[in-house]
Design a protein around this ligand. Structure first.
Ligand SMILES: [Zn+2]
Length: 452
């Protein structure tokens, strides 16, 4: 068997230097070649696609998480049933031992659970080849130049990565090697036990959701956490400006983003800080949400996966495109922001027509930012024509409420929207390990047709 590190190195090298497209036409030609091979050789191995011989992706139906979970067996090429996969996933999650795999030997599969509310859990399968490929590509896209040099210098100390996630996985420990020292920190335990561990190990790279990185920044500001990471990467949640600023103030570096989901490694920030879609590895069709083509839901096809097939899979994310091309010159589409999941978009009626108007979470976050420094934390849930706002105030609470009301009122007026009722409550911190969602639509106003 070819050693893991060598396979990773091949993917790393290819991604970093060969899949560095500057012309859109070349990128698309590369994608098409990959897609054609995928349609011919891989697709027929999954029961769902047997008997079809599509000439292009457009001939295939779209799918989503619910469809995949309802017909799990049909979407993978190893004949794995959903129960068997969930069984391993749940056992790992409960015991916090994330090593067990499905099957044995070189064909064993890594099983992971994807987060989501209890009704929305997913499970994913990854083969050894896919795991190594993922690790190689991730490093190629995420490592800045100065750390790459260190990685490739045999006598330099290994790169130390501190990784905060809800669950560990064989996927991540794949990164462990002679040159990389990978430490998993369990998000469920929070920051406290991590502080002494990190003070002892002095990580070069911090990876975690922004809410956690921000908590670490506070520990550093308080003098308890004494580390000097030279690279900080945010994953799993939307990175907000305030988080990025707090992290920069504490560690003196900009926060980079990895747009990584169960469904694949979808995007990364370049040296200019722009988020690019990882289109040299994943085909991403935009499903436009507005006539001006500023926002879309991505429909993804990973033409390199061979175990669990992701084919024209609609993600529940809303992406906002960058208004200008990135100065780095990459041909991969530049994204201004990941605005969050589609159920983070609020819907309110327009003042005159009563037509449903989408209010993107980014607009709410901006209004809260403009409400000023008295607002320390917030969480907003729409239920019908009422917005429930959990608020943590710095100092005078009445003043914070008044500032928030003024800013939201301004937003409704600017958008010409019927103002909803605001109901303020105390802010509650999220349970450790639970993904923070600041803006959420629980229930749309009655009779309002809320579709893009
Ligand atoms: Zn760029």
């Amino acid at each position: 068997m070819i050693p893991d590190a060598l396979i990773m190195a091949v993917h790393f090298t290819r991604t970093r230097w060969q899949l560095d497209f500057r012309e859109r036409s070349k990128l698309e030609a590369w994608q098409q070649a990959g897609i054609q091979r995928f349609l011919r050789e891989v697709l027929p191995r999954a029961p769902r696609f047997q008997g079809l011989s599509p000439r292009s992706l457009a001939e295939l139906p779209t799918m989503d998480k619910a469809a995949m979970m309802a017909n799990f067996h049909d979407y993978n090429t190893h004949g794995v049933q959903l129960d068997a996969a969930f069984d391993i996933g749940f056992r790992a999650e409960n015991s916090r031992d994330f090593a067990p795999m499905l099957g044995a030997g070189p064909n064993a599969l890594t099983v992971g659970l994807s987060s989501g509310t209890s009704g929305n859990r997913g499970v994913f399968l990854v083969s050894r080849a896919e795991r190594l490929r993922w690790a190689g590509i991730l490093l190629a896209r995420a490592l800045p130049q100065h750390l790459l040099k260190r990685l490739l210098t045999p006598w330099a100390p290994p790169l130390r990565i501190a990784f905060f996630l809800r669950a560990n996985s064989n996927l991540y420990t794949t990164l462990n090697s002679r040159r990389i020292d990978f430490a998993f920190h369990d998000l469920l335990l929070g920051v406290e036990p991590a502080v002494p561990r990190m003070n002892a190990s002095q990580p070069d790279i911090l990876v975690g959701p922004p809410s956690l990185l921000r908590a670490l920044a506070a520990e550093a500001q308080a003098g308890r956490l004494r580390i000097r990471p030279s690279h900080v990467i945010s994953v799993a949640e939307v990175l907000e400006t305030q988080d990025a600023e707090a992290i920069r103030a504490a560690f003196g570096v900009a926060t980079h983003q990895l747009y990584q989901a169960t469904e694949g490694f979808l995007g990364y920030t370049c040296e200019h800080g722009t988020l690019h879609l990882n289109e040299s590895c994943v085909h991403i069709e935009p499903e436009w949400l507005d006539a001006e083509r500023t926002r879309f839901q991505p429909v993804i096809t990973d033409f390199t996966r061979e175990t669990q097939l992701i084919v024209r899979y609609r993600l529940n994310d809303v992406l906002r495109v960058a208004p200008q091309p990135c100065p780095c010159g990459r041909a991969e589409r530049a994204i201004d922001a990941i605005e969050g999941r589609a159920d983070e978009v609020l819907w309110l009626p327009e003042r005159d027509s009563g037509k449903a108007e989408a209010i993107y979470p980014d607009l709410i976050r901006r209004a809260m930012l403009f409400a000023g420094p008295t607002v320390r934390e917030f969480e907003l849930t729409q239920s019908g024509m009422t917005l429930h706002i959990g608020l943590l105030a710095e100092g005078d609470r009445a003043e914070a409420i008044s500032c928030v009301s003024t800013q939201l009122d301004l937003l409704w007026r600017t958008m010409n929207i019927q103002p909803p009722t605001l109901a303020f409550t105390d802010w509650q911190p999220a349970q450790p390990g639970v993904k923070r969602r600041r803006v959420r639509m629980a229930q749309a106003p009655e009779g309002l047709k809320c579709t893009f």
